[in-house]
Design a protein around this ligand. Structure first.
Ligand code: MRU
Length: 342
């Protein structure tokens, strides 16, 4: 399986997702600041992968701190935690992973610095391992929404590159292919960062899964023509009622899917659910720098000073979603995540 992120020695390595598919190069982070910057610059991206990276970032921060007293340890931990937390606001998994790391830190406070460092590394490794296992379960629970011969439209990259391994939306595709079904994936290119064109296409090719690249504005027409059997996307944050934040453009795909009678599914781990939010209206939406829109592939495509909006995510209201696939199963509307057993 594709190596997205791994702990090696006293460092974290990640495949540089800004360079794919042209170059397969790895970035090595030795400090928590380097990890925070890697998340901000999207060397690593995708909600679950960001969570794993932040957990390892916290380990690096704690490993390199010299804290001589309990009080300075406390202050250092807070500083590292806050820096990592500030990297990307929308992905719930980032905060979920950091909260888990804080719980491990608190549980091992009395054990001495060495034991605590070991415990934090074990916790980060567990987060990585569990994410890979979770995605395989999502695949098992979701694979029957894909029939033999289906064409699956996906948006952004919700694959192995966006997670510890296997992927969420693409995990469902992998599981269906694993059943022997013939599946063709239509990948939206996903302006402006082009995760679909650069990452989803590359990743599916590695597994010999047939993939067709389309620009974002083609999806509606292809659905209208009956060329898409089902839409499956990932998620960055899911509110209790099922409203789902995902890569900008997902909302348009969902509305067009409903209009054309194409089932629209979300695949995500429970760590993406934000049980504190009743609906999607309070989900923080990251605004990224204008250059991402003014440029394509690093080249200016408009006036250098044109005003730009660049919200990186949108929220798809639950009424457009036919089902949400998690490691617990396939939930149908009305959704009530975080309220009792799913
Ligand atoms: O800005 P990105 O590339 O981090 O956004 C990623 C997405 O929107 C993915 O679809 C989402 O995180 C799900 S990944 C399993």
């Amino acid at each position: 399986m594709l190596p997205t992120i791994a702990w090696r020695g006293q460092s974290v390595i990640m495949i540089d997702q800004r360079k794919l598919p042209g170059q397969e190069v790895y970035v090595r982070c030795r400090t928590y600041i380097q990890v925070a910057q890697a998340i901000e610059k999207m060397v690593i991206r995708g909600a679950p992968a960001i969570g794993v990276a932040a957990a390892y970032g916290l380990v690096l921060g704690v490993m390199t701190m010299r804290a001589e007293t309990a009080r300075s340890l406390e202050a250092d931990f807070e500083r590292i935690y806050r820096r990592l937390e500030r990297t990307r606001p929308t992905a719930r998994n980032l905060f979920w992973a950091l909260e888990r790391m804080r719980a491990a830190y608190e549980a091992n406070r009395g054990a001495g610095l060495r034991a605590m460092k070991r415990a934090l590394l074990e916790e980060a490794k567990a987060i990585e391992r569990e994410d890979a296992e979770t995605n395989r379960l999502i695949g098992v629970h979701g694979r029957d929404v894909i029939t033999d011969g289906a064409t699956v439209l996906t948006h952004c990259n919700a694959g192995a590159l966006a997670t510890a391994a296997y992927g969420t939306a693409l995990g469902v595709v992998r599981a269906a292919v694993g059943q022997g079904k013939k599946v063709r994936v239509f990948a939206d290119e996903t302006r402006p960062f082009l995760q679909g064109a650069r990452l989803t296409v590359w990743e599916l090719r590695q597994d010999d899964i047939p993939v067709v690249l389309v620009t974002d504005n083609m999806a509606g027409w292809l659905m209208h023509r009956g060329e898409i059997s089902v839409v499956i996307v990932g998620a960055d944050r899911i509110a209790r009622n099922g409203d789902t934040a995902n890569k900008i453009g997902t909302y348009s795909v969902a509305v067009l899917a409903k209009e054309n009678g194409v089932p629209f599914y979300v695949a995500a781990p429970m760590s993406t659910v934000d049980a504190a939010l009743a609906d999607g209206s309070a989900i923080p939406i990251e605004e990224r720098k204008p250059e991402e829109v003014r440029e394509a592939g690093g080249r200016l495509i408009t006036l250098p000073d044109v005003e730009v909006r660049n919200p990186a995510f949108d929220v798809t209201p639950a009424r457009y979603i036919r089902g949400i696939i998690t490691e617990r199963g396939l939930s149908r509307p009305p959704f009530s995540f975080g309220v009792g057993p799913q």
